[in-house]
Design a protein around this ligand. Structure first.
Ligand code: AMP
Ligand code: MG
Length: 489
């Protein structure tokens, strides 16, 4: 275990040409305080959790102090926002403090979000509000608990600093961790500036550090694109299978590693609704739940286009061609597990699709239905009443029930074995908007941060029965039914 002052930095990104970043230090907060701290993330860099109690920790992550060896920069990137190319993006308020190497030799970016203005801040203030940092902290750790690739969250530092959004709020900084923060937009930046040499440099950098198994391959750039396509397809399949909607799938929010990054106006599906739009400024539903599949592909095409100087067109088309099959295979694999199907059968897609359609008509809670499905009885005839009652029109369940019974009978798997397997993939707890909202209100109104920790504890083990926390699996209560989540952050 290391002290905060003993972290070992290896600032590889900083060794790229200066066009790749802006050298800038965080703008400190007055009176910073620790809002929450995550020992799970600390262990990734061998950081002793007791360090969080120290002043040095607070100073370092509120921009007051700097650990020797860290070399902060804001990363440069551009991207397509809502389908339109924006040449002026980049880290406007997040600063890569440095890259820490852990004892296993793994490299972790320490990224401070809300750290103050950088060269890329445009007209914005460089800050993040406490509300949005709590949402990112909780959701990224909830996603990790579910087993979905994501950035991690180390801690939130609060302050008295006032920040203007729809109303005046207080500022906070989030320390986020990822093996890399390079995005599709990092490549697009140099494509639109026609700097092919920098695209190659960036591709080599990413391959050497994060796709090192491709390093010696003769056609490494093609294989790199192919792998980015496949990782992205698998990521999106997990989002769809768990009901996660990102909300702002701009190409600058797409990780080159295929991890979930940049949590803003995201939301989990509660009552199943394929057209769910969590982002209240997404008026046409470009980033709705059901559009994520095709938007990710659109984004991948932009990425492929930006690396076209490294490969030929046919190779790009071939690599992109893997998207659909990888997605389908991966989605079906997860969904079969969720339905307790051990074997592959042709009719499975149809059974899953029908289930989703019925859930949509029946306004059924997606997560709770699948969790309860592990108690499904092959006897039928009223033995599945708890599930049946979840549909507003229970009759629509009956037909699907009999098809599902036949499908399960074809496998001859012991009910208790199936139940155990299903409970490992169907979470009891997800980050429902209202749960985050309760934690946020306590924090913002009373500086009471206890609910953040409590909710985090529930969500880090989403598959485990936690009888004392049963209430956290309840569907949205009436007071929160029409909750509008602001997309400002
Ligand atoms: P996001 O929607 O959080 O992915 O942000 C898109 C772009 O806007 C990124 O370049 C951010 O750095 C920048 N940005 C968002 N909010 C702010 C802010 N308050 N100050 C500076 N830059 C910001
Ligand atoms: Mg972003």
């Amino acid at each position: 275990m290391r002290k905060i002052t003993e972290l070992e930095f290896d600032n590889t990104y900083r060794r790229l040409p200066e066009e790749f970043y802006h050298v800038v230090s965080p703008t400190p907060f007055d009176n910073p305080h620790l809002v929450c701290f995550n020992p799970d993330a600390a262990s990734l860099i061998d950081l002793d959790p007791k360090e969080a109690e120290k002043n040095e920790f607070l100073e370092y992550f509120s921009g007051i102090g700097q650990i020797s060896g860290s070399e902060p920069v804001a990363m440069y990137y551009t991207g397509h926002q809502f389908g339109v190319y924006n040449p002026r993006i980049g880290d406007g308020r997040a600063i890569l403090l440095g890259e820490v190497r852990n004892l296993k030799g793994e490299k972790w970016d320490l990224h401070l979000k809300g750290a103050g203005r950088t060269r890329y801040a445009r007209e914005f203030d460089g800050r993040a509000v406490l509300r949005s940092t709590i949402r990112e902290y909780l959701c990224s750790e909830a996603m990790h608990g579910l087993g979905i690739p994501t950035t991690r969250a180390l801690c939130i530092i609060g302050s008295d600093e006032k920040v203007q959004r729809e109303k005046v709020e207080t500022g906070a900084m989030l320390v986020r961790m990822a093996e890399s923060h390079v995005r599709f937009g990092s490549f697009e930046a140099f494509f639109y500036r026609e700097q092919d040499d920098y695209i190659m440099l960036l591709a080599d950098y990413v391959i050497n550090h994060h796709f090192s198994h491709l390093k010696e391959e003769e056609n490494k750039y093609k294989l790199f694109l192919k792998e980015v396509v496949e990782r992205t397809a698998r990521l999106i399949s997990a989002w769809q299978a768990f009901g996660f909607t990102h909300g702002v799938m701009n190409t600058d929010n797409m990780s080159i590693l295929g991890i979930t990054i940049d949590y803003g106006p995201f939301g989990f599906i509660e009552e199943y609704n394929s057209e769910y739009i969590p982002n209240d400024s997404d008026h046409f539903g470009r980033y709705s739940f059901e559009n994520q599949y095709s938007i990710a592909y659109w984004n991948l095409k932009k990425f492929a286009q930006s690396s076209i100087s490294l490969i030929n067109r046919d190779e790009a088309v071939e690599a992109l061609g893997n998207y659909e099959s990888t997605f389908k295979q991966s989605y079906l694999k997860i969904m079969r597990k969720k339905l307790g199907l051990f074997e592959k059968k042709d009719e499975d897609s149809k059974i899953i699709q029908n289930m989703l359609s019925l859930m949509e008509v029946g306004k059924v809670d997606y997560t709770n239905f699948l969790r309860k499905l592990s108690d499904f009885s092959l006897n039928g005839k009223g033995s599945n009443n708890a599930l049946r009652k979840m549909f507003i029109d229970s009759g629509i369940f009956d037909q699907w029930e009999s098809v599902y019974i036949d499908r399960l009978k074809a496998e001859n798997i012991d009910q208790s074995v199936r139940k155990k397997a299903m409970e490992r993939v169907n979470p009891k707890y997800i980050l429902r908007n209202y749960l985050a909202e309760v934690a946020i209100r306590k924090a913002v109104e009373n500086s009471d941060y206890s609910e953040i920790d409590r909710l985090h504890q529930v969500l880090r083990n989403p598959y485990r029965e936690q009888p004392e926390n049963n209430g956290y699996s309840n569907p949205v209560p009436d007071w929160a039914r029409n909750l509008v989540i602001s997309c400002s952050s």
